[in-house]
Design a protein around this ligand. Structure first.
Ligand SMILES: *Cc1c(COP(=O)(O)O)cnc(C)c1O
Length: 377
């Protein structure tokens, strides 16, 4: 469906196109110089010793879990208010998800909620910076150390976000980034594993390329691996995009503040805060919440209404603990805030090149549609 104002739109510049064409004119389409350059630039930006590029954020997450080398059936703590990727990676590795509730104002877990979920079987925490808002990863790191847990700082939605001056993705034993077209920067498809551990990085490099050990003969397969490589074409695009990351983060912050100004007069819409204490947001999506008295049907109605006006609107996330793939295993889970929030969130159009006039139009249509909704209910 083609919308006048889409929910997300990748920003691809002439310099990006030229970088991709340059690769196509070269003899290296995979495992070449752009891969090394992209990895080096990303690790330098994130403040980690190593970065390992792979073909998606989910692949990076999967390799992160593999390299953490957790025992079978170990419990891994994560929010239920999240994308499908972490659940898929956990299920694939036969690890047991333990879902914790979030805070409505930040969409993130709190260290207290995570601590309360720790048992003797807990072996790892997947910390997610939801929608680009940094979670208290410094405190989660301390908690993990105290309980001897491995952590995965999951920055798929938060490239450029910071906690205490350090980049999201650099706090865990492993961190994960994603470059799907709706993210802050994109490679089309792609992801990155971040770590400061040499052994972890070497292991991830082996796993992404069929389990082959680069120090041995090319055909020596050291272990069961995957085909998760990222092509030179993707890496060249990512490298160009990464050069602009600081201006992208600033642009998205100003769009978020424009939205907040315009929506602050709408009593039934709760807008996300623009600042975080001792950190920096890197806006992935702009997600508002409907007031308590509305329900999921109201939200869906509003969403359809906006779509009918040619405006992209999203209803994520659906809680992971309610996903059919889990076969009702978590139907007793007590995650009231997650369920409350999931029924009332509404993602609005948000992309680097969005104009002030487009923000204004979205807000105007939202106000108008909200008026119609009030008259219906
Ligand atoms: C983008 C994203 C991913 C990774 O998605 P891929 O499509 O596999 O790159 C994972 N988790 C979250 C929360 C994301 O936003």
């Amino acid at each position: 469906m083609s919308l006048r104002i889409p929910l997300a739109k990748p920003e691809v510049t002439d310099a990006d196109r030229e970088a991709v064409l340059e690769v196509l004119r070269s003899p290296f389409l995979s495992m070449g110089p752009k891969l090394e350059e992209f990895e080096r630039a990303t690790s330098a930006y994130a403040g980690c010793r190593f970065a390992v590029a792979v073909n998606s954020g989910t692949s990076a997450l999967h390799l992160a879990l593999k390299t953490l080398d957790l025992p079978p059936e170990a419990e891994v703590i994560l929010p239920s208010f999240a994308f499908a990727a972490p659940l898929n990676a956990l299920l694939q590795e036969r690890l047991r998800p333990v879902f914790v509730d979030i805070e409505a104002a930040t969409f993130n877990v709190t260290p207290d909620a995570v601590e309360a979920a720790i048992t003797c079987r807990t072996k790892a925490i997947i910390a997610i910076h939801t929608f680009g808002r940094p979670v208290a990863i410094d405190r989660l790191r301390l908690l993990a150390d105290r309980h001897r847990l491995r952590t995965e700082g999951f920055a798929c939605e938060a490239l450029g976000a910071e906690v205490g001056g350090r980049k999201a993705g650099s706090f865990g034993d492993v961190g994960v980034l994603a470059f799907y077209p709706n993210k802050q920067i994109t490679t089309g498809e792609g992801g990155m594993l971040l770590t400061s551990g040499q052994t972890l990085a070497d292991h991830a490099r082996r796993l992404r390329n069929q389990g082959r050990d680069p120090s041995l003969d090319w055909y020596q397969q050291a272990e069961n691996g995957y085909s998760y490589r990222l092509s030179e074409i993707h890496c060249a695009l990512g490298l160009e995009q990464l050069r602009r990351i600081e201006s992208i983060v600033a642009r998205r912050q100003s769009l978020a503040s424009l939205y907040r100004q315009q929506l602050s007069s709408l009593a039934d819409i709760l807008t996300p805060g623009l600042e975080v204490s001792s950190g920096r947001l890197s806006w992935f999506t702009y997600v508002v919440q409907l007031a308590e008295r509305f329900d999921r049907q109201d939200r869906d109605w509003l969403c359809d209404r906006l779509l009918r006006h040619g405006i992209g609107a999203g209803r994520y996330f659906a809680p992971l603990h309610r996903q059919p793939v889990l076969n009702h295993a978590f139907s007793q889970a007590h995650l009231p805030i997650t369920e409350h929030v999931a029924d009332r969130v509404l993602a609005l159009p948000f992309f680097n090149q969005m104009t002030a006039a487009e923000v204004e139009e979205v807000c105007h249509r939202l106000e108008e549609s909200l008026g119609e909704l009030r008259r219906r209910t």
